[in-house]
Design a protein around this ligand. Structure first.
Ligand SMILES: Cc1ncc(C[n+]2csc(CCOP(=O)(O)OP(=O)(O)O)c2C)c(N)n1
Ligand SMILES: [Mg+2]
Length: 348
């Protein structure tokens, strides 16, 4: 679905109010002005980038699979605000937000989406398969649940090398029902590996709601058989994510082993670009957008506290749109990989 032309965050009807607690009663970090503005900008970058990717997909510039993260932005941004240099990130195919949050460039990600040589995988990986060793981003994985085992391996490497980095493995509510997740939990708990398992519970796995697919829908309890603690977090409130991230990172760095954070979140778009999302009502989506939108929450606080005016925030939006437009221009102008690239970066 193409986004509304010239839609700005401020033009959408919303009833978001500044709140002192997360919607599930959980704690929130006490953000100062700079932190609120940073969270606003980073989440907006992801949203605008994704809207542009959706447009380019519709115009035929992006081929293959493309899964948008719109609605879930607070999760990666809140986590990233708590991480330190060296912490690794690994996720599934809904990965553009994770990449931008780690500091990978909009140009490089867009060029990869459009299959160009200047993309992070030289135009050969596409939406689901991008990596950046420099930014400690380990993909982008299309096999549901695979990144959980790989992320556990990253945590093992940290332990083996004796550094204090933490591996952060993101996966969905659907992936949480995969067998290899529990094999990984077992090893991580046994060896006290420094890993945060982030279950992004966006309520659906493709067209199947959690209510239809899962016996224990409190995903924070999924590690209890292994002694892995878990917390349910309001994943629509970036301050709640940051507060949980601070505690979880401290837990891992102090040698206590793995921890689970279940992020209660929601995806606004369909599973992928080909999903008309008939398995849920328009009202359900609209309710989340108007009452819990992660970007609107930050905006409401910035305005209420007098930390930014509508015009200041419009200027941020303009800045972000310029970065995204530049990435699209860059990607479309970049050459496609040469045919000889078919034989590079592969195992023969
Ligand atoms: C091993 C495996 N089984 C099935 C699929 C097909 N598939 C792709 S995405 C998906 C749903 C996963 O949902 P969830 O983990 O909740 O992540 P979300 O898409 O909501 O981010 C399925 C079943 C796959 N890619 N890999
Ligand atoms: Mg899901």
């Amino acid at each position: 679905m193409a986004p509304r032309k010239n839609a700005t965050v401020s033009s959408r009807k919303t009833s978001v109010k500044p709140a002192a607690k997360a919607s599930n009663g959980g704690p929130v970090a006490d953000f100062d002005r700079d932190e609120e503005l940073k969270a606003y900008r980073e989440m907006l970058l992801i949203r605008r980038f994704e809207e542009k990717a959706g447009q380019l997909y519709g115009m035929g510039f992006i081929g293959g699979f493309c899964h948008l993260y719109i609605g879930q932005e607070a999760v990666v941004v809140g986590m990233q605000m708590a991480q330190k240099e060296g912490d690794q990130v690994i996720t599934a195919y809904r990965d553009h937000g994770h990449m931008l949050a780690t500091g990978m460039t909009a140009r490089g990600v867009m060029a990869e989406l459009t299959g160009r040589i200047d993309g992070y995988s030289r135009g050969k990986g596409g939406s689901m398969h991008m990596f950046s060793k420099e930014k400690h981003f380990y993909g982008g994985h299309g096999i549901v649940g695979a990144q959980v085992s790989l992320g556990t391996g990253l945590a093992f490497a940290n332990r083996y090398r004796g550094n204090d980095s933490v591996s952060i493995a993101y996966f969905g509510d659907g992936a949480a029902n995969q067998g290899q997740v529990y094999e990984s939990f077992n090893m991580a708990a046994l060896w006290k590996l420094p890993i945060i398992y982030i279950i992004e519970n966006n309520r659906y796995a493709m067209g199947t709601s959690t209510a239809r697919a899962t016996a224990q829908s409190n995903y924070s309890l999924r590690g209890s058989g292994f002694g892995i603690p878990g917390v349910q977090v309001d994943g629509m409130d970036v301050r709640a994510v940051k507060a949980a991230a601070d505690e979880a990172l401290e837990h891992c760095r102090s040698g206590k082993g793995p921890i689970i954070l279940e992020m209660l979140t929601y995806r606004y778009r369909g599973h992928s670009m080909s999903d008309p999302a008939k398995y849920r009502s328009k009202e359900e989506v609209q309710k989340m957008r108007s009452e819990q939108d992660p970007i609107e929450q930050v905006k409401a606080r910035l305005i209420e506290k007098g930390w930014a005016s509508e015009d200041d925030l419009k200027a941020v939006d303009k800045d972000v749109r310029d970065i995204v437009a530049d990435s699209a221009d860059f990607a479309q102008a970049a050459p496609e990989p040469d045919a000889s690239e078919l034989y590079t970066d592969i195992l023969l």
